[in-house]
Design a protein around this ligand. Structure first.
Ligand SMILES: NC(=O)c1ccc[n+]([C@@H]2O[C@H](COP(=O)([O-])OP(=O)(O)OC[C@H]3O[C@@H](n4cnc5c(N)ncnc54)[C@H](O)[C@@H]3O)[C@@H](O)[C@H]2O)c1
Length: 250
């Protein structure tokens, strides 16, 4: 069991990549808290009802756009566990449109969830982990951290920010034996892409040399590695898991 006796919290863990990672951590013996919006609890309950292992995860309602909510989450974790070993900073949204049309509030909302939310959670996690003298944080970025896409200016900005924020935070965390890395998935078949029309989906497939989208579990494997002690000398890195998407860019 690669995560035996580890306590892991996954933000945005009620769906998609977060849910797959929560399950993967449970498979490896971790205790898992899924932190997500209160509105996500019902769909998580449905997934848990069909999956006894997933059912052992605890749900705590948290909104990463609120520092108070994130602090309350970490107070609850401190009351529950003697240590927080791993944090998957995964909550994210994709909202967009052409930059010339995008509404300010939509642009800012994406930044607030995807980038500032990662910072709020990392800050609270680092406080706990510095006091413990160990821990691993994985921030969810994207291949769109290092390449552009029409209609995705806020998303690209947020994910580019996550990769370099990760490096900066890793510099502060390393002396405390706390590791902070990011993972950059290619496009993955999750509810985030559910509304995409078929022609755009087909175009996306062609961007991945492997000719398909990623699976949530394939990202979960990579996150599990970074959370685990197998990555004990890995910090400040960005692990790309994208079926060749980035390697194929000219
Ligand atoms: N699906 C992809 O193609 C893809 C590719 C690269 C990166 N990512 C990233 O992976 C992460 C997970 O995405 P996914 O595809 O699994 O999406 P998803 O929509 O299935 O899951 C996202 C989860 O985040 C939660 N969430 C949203 N706002 C929140 C908030 N303010 N506070 C707490 N939780 C919140 C949602 O309720 C949901 O459960 C995101 O950061 C996303 O940007 C996804």
């Amino acid at each position: 069991m690669r995560m035996a006796n580890k306590n892991v919290v996954v933000t945005g863990g009620a769906s998609g990549i977060g849910l797959a990672t929560a399950r993967r951590c449970l498979e490896e013996g971790a205790r898992v808290v899924i932190a997500d919006l209160a509105a996500a609890e019902d769909s998580l309950k449905a997934a848990q009802a069909a999956d006894p292992l997933l059912n052992t995860a605890r749900f705590i309602a948290a909104d990463v756009t609120s520092a108070d909510s994130v602090d309350a989450l970490f107070r609850e974790l401190a009351a529950t566990w003697n240590a927080v070993h791993g944090v998957f900073n995964n909550a994210g949204i994709a909202r967009g449109g052409p930059a010339v049309d995008v509404r300010d509030e939509d642009y800012l909302r994406v930044l607030d969830v995807n980038l500032h939310g990662v910072f709020r959670v990392a800050k609270a996690a680092m406080r706990a982990m510095f006091a413990q003298g160990h821990g691993s944080i994985v921030n969810c970025a994207s291949v769109l951290a290092s390449s552009g896409r029409p209609g995705a200016s806020a998303y690209c900005a947020s994910k580019g920010g996550v990769v370099n924020l990760t490096r900066a935070l890793a510099m502060e965390a390393a002396p405390f034996q706390v590791r902070i890395n990011s993972v950059s998935p290619g496009f993955v078949d999750t509810p985030l892409l559910a509304a995409m029309p078929d022609d755009r989906r087909q175009a996306l497939l062609r961007l991945h040399p492997m000719g398909r989208l990623g699976r949530d579990r394939e990202i979960a494997h990579a996150v599990l590695f970074l959370l685990s002690d197998e990555a004990s000398f890995v910090t400040g890195s960005n692990l790309v898991v994208d079926g060749g998407y980035s390697a194929g860019k000219e």
